[in-house]
Write a protein that binds this ligand. Structure first.
Ligand SMILES: NC(=O)c1ccc[n+]([C@@H]2O[C@H](COP(=O)([O-])OP(=O)(O)OC[C@H]3O[C@@H](n4cnc5c(N)ncnc54)[C@H](O)[C@@H]3O)[C@@H](O)[C@H]2O)c1
Length: 354
């Protein structure tokens, strides 16, 4: 039995308690401290898990040599400063999505971790769910064929975040999922973003991203804080089959349709044969069985394994940078009334990520 790694949770607001519960339950980890500027909040979370130190000053965590790692669940604007301080103190770091509030900040974090040989991981939670793992396998084994389109909808009455707009709050989920399921990750040429702030909240509360990728394929992401109905649905259309993921339907999260359009490329030129080049497949629908496990438990296991094996975790800094690159370009597109903005290559000069 290996010795447990010791971790502190930074941020005990809405999401921090979920991290605390999972790291506390993990056989790989000992939850050493809960840190929040608000001591009451930290105390409440510490009481829920029991026998954990409460800290209100981040420096007390960073100067504790017995703490190996931190999990950052503070608002997005604060991720960069807290993560850099933790890395400089020699701690491995897992950061909630989005990794940072700008591409530039994310870049600095990845470089710092790389130079110090420390693990920097993004908690792209959905990449650890059974549904997304199964989708990745299906894409990888060619069950869907070549991907033609991806359509993702993530809408509900959401908390209007004080520090980021709806793109930076919700789209990291969609983008990290797409990055995870596409072989080679999400490497689009450009992004177009359109957003609306119909209530005058001071930031986009409704947003649409259009992302061309691959050889003529396209992804569309709709994120929205103002919808009275909650929808979490992704459609992935391929040349062979189409997959529909409805995350709010636990009985049948994944459905695979053997239906689609075939274009037969014929060399003949007669009118009759040209007319018959498009055909429709109307085959069966099936639903793969999925195991049940909590995504954050698997995320905690992966973080520990990456540290012990001195390797990049599944959702490493590079994966997080591909997400930030799209979000950064989307912010430029938003200011340019939806013009297509090229995506910068992530970290072209950086060789290895810890
Ligand atoms: N993975 C997911 O599915 C998921 C879901 C929700 C939120 N999140 C992410 O989690 C992060 C936190 O979101 P939230 O909704 O919990 O925010 P929140 O505002 O509810 O909580 C943030 C907490 O951080 C504390 N804090 C701020 N600065 C601090 C500092 N310097 N040191 C210590 N504590 C500090 C605040 O006092 C607060 O208690 C965000 O990045 C968000 O995007 C992820």
């Amino acid at each position: 039995m290996q010795e447990r790694l010791r971790i502190a949770i930074i941020g005990a607001g809405y999401w921090g308690p979920n991290l605390a519960r999972n790291f506390h339950a993990s056989p790989d980890w000992e939850l050493a401290a809960i840190c929040d500027l608000d001591g009451e909040r930290a105390r409440r979370v510490a009481d829920q898990v029991g026998n954990v130190a409460v800290v209100t000053d981040l420096n007390d965590v960073l100067t504790d040599a017995a703490i190996h790692a931190v999990a950052i669940a503070t608002p997005a604007r604060t991720h960069h400063a807290i993560a850099l301080a933790a890395l400089r103190a020699g701690k491995h770091v897992v950061v909630e999505k989005p990794l940072a509030d700008t591409r530039e900040h994310g870049d600095a974090m990845v470089r710092e971790a790389t130079e110090r040989g420390l693990v920097l991981m993004a908690d792209h939670t959905y990449c650890y769910t059974p549904a997304v793992q199964r989708i990745r396998e299906l894409v990888e084994e060619g069950a869907l064929g070549d991907i033609l389109f991806i359509d993702s909808v993530r809408i509900n009455l959401g908390l209007i975040q004080p520090d980021v707009d709806v793109f930076w709050d919700l789209a990291p989920h969609d983008l990290s999922i797409i990055d995870f399921i596409l072989p080679g990750g999400l490497r689009p040429r450009s992004v177009s973003a359109q957003g609306a702030d119909p209530l005058g909240a001071g930031k986009a509360c409704v947003g649409y991203l259009t992302i061309p990728f691959g050889a003529g394929a396209i992804a569309h992401v709709h994120v929205n804080w103002l919808s009275p109905t909650k929808i979490r649905r992704m459609v992935i259309g391929g040349t062979k089959q189409t997959l529909v993921w409805d995350d709010l339907n636990p009985q049948q999260r994944l459905s695979i349709y053997d239906r689609g359009v075939d274009i037969e490329r014929q060399s003949a030129t007669s009118v009759e044969r040209k007319a018959s080049t498009v055909s429709y497949r109307l085959g069966d629908t099936w639903s793969p069985a999925l195991p049940e496990h909590e995504a954050l438990a698997l995320m905690a296991t992966e973080f520990a394994a990456a540290i012990r094996e001195e390797r990049a975790p599944r959702t490493d800094g590079r994966a997080a940078m591909r997400v930030l690159s799209v979000l950064d370009a989307a912010a430029v597109s938003l200011r340019a009334a939806g013009a297509a903005v090229p995506i910068e290559e992530d970290l072209p000069d950086l060789e290895v990520v810890a």
